[in-house]
Design a protein around this ligand. Sequence first.
Ligand code: F6P
Length: 352
Amino acid sequence: MHIGILTGGGDCPGLNAVIRAVTLALANECGARVTGIRRGFLGLITREVLPLDTAAVAGILAQGGTILGTHNRADPFHYFGAGGADVSDQAIAYAHELGLDGLVAIGGDGTMGIAHRIAAKGLPVVGVPKTIDNDLCHTDRSFGFDSAVAVVAEALDRLETTARSHGRVMIAETMGRYAGWIALEGGLAGAADVILIPERPYSLPAVVERCRQREAREGYTLICIAEGAREIGAGMTVARTLTDSPDPVRLGGVGAVLMHQLQPLLKSEVRATLLGHVQRGGQPTPFDRVLATRFGWHAAQLVRQGQWGRMVTLEGSAIGSVPLDAVAGRNRPVAPDHPMLATAAGLGVALG
Ligand code: F6P
């Protein structure tokens, strides 16, 4: 058996742990040959591959990023390098030329959408969910999320030092796209006084009220705001638009927007810090290393059993799988009745 493996979309701590687990499990359990495709689906178009074996994946478990490289615009059905033309036949022909029996695609909803269409054209695919945002359907926890939350918690710990010392309002803006998971868990872990997420548009007077209370009592305030958060009646803050990307909108800057809204209404100085790609970089936490390893091993079992067209899932504590099209193009926001919101509110955290 000869299996290709690729990583698509943004980089994420734990990708190398999945690559390692898939390669080792297929080599050890059924003697399969594994070939890495470079830079997501782009490598199938530009014919860039890398042989993977036990030696090639040695020492990568704890490395951030992906040894294969990745790409967030490499869609063979709409290829930016050919003016948006469909080059999927060419990509699949190259996979057949390599002698691939199937592909393991590690990525988010965009990658799963492409994987589903590639599978429909005759190249069998197994998917592995990846995102720091934790917003994929059928995946209660995606690897990379715990590592991102750890960065946010540490950042809030550090910002608290300045907030307390200077009597300031310090705002940390997190990633997360249209879901508030990173801000919610990071904010709880870092003892934020205000947590603002896209699923609950905020009332500016409510945020001001909480900051004034804290000005009077504790003298400082920590705010954790998701990049997709917005004031009631306002739109999200868009940093840039990337044409040719499956989701062209890149959010960013709402922390600075909130800073300018709050400053004239408060006595304390207000400062904003955009955490940005710092949340995606560096080593995966031990939790993410183990989760990514379990996902990779399970993907190898789906391949061995010929269960193509499925994506690995984590529902509760059970690893399973669902058809690729159950995930493609969908996302999983924080539900209004999520117990973590009640926990935060019960502790006096303002949720906007
Ligand atoms: O989906 C992961 C993510 O890091 C989001 O949280 C963020 O909005 C986006 O990717 C940033 O993408 P890029 O690296 O293309 O700017």
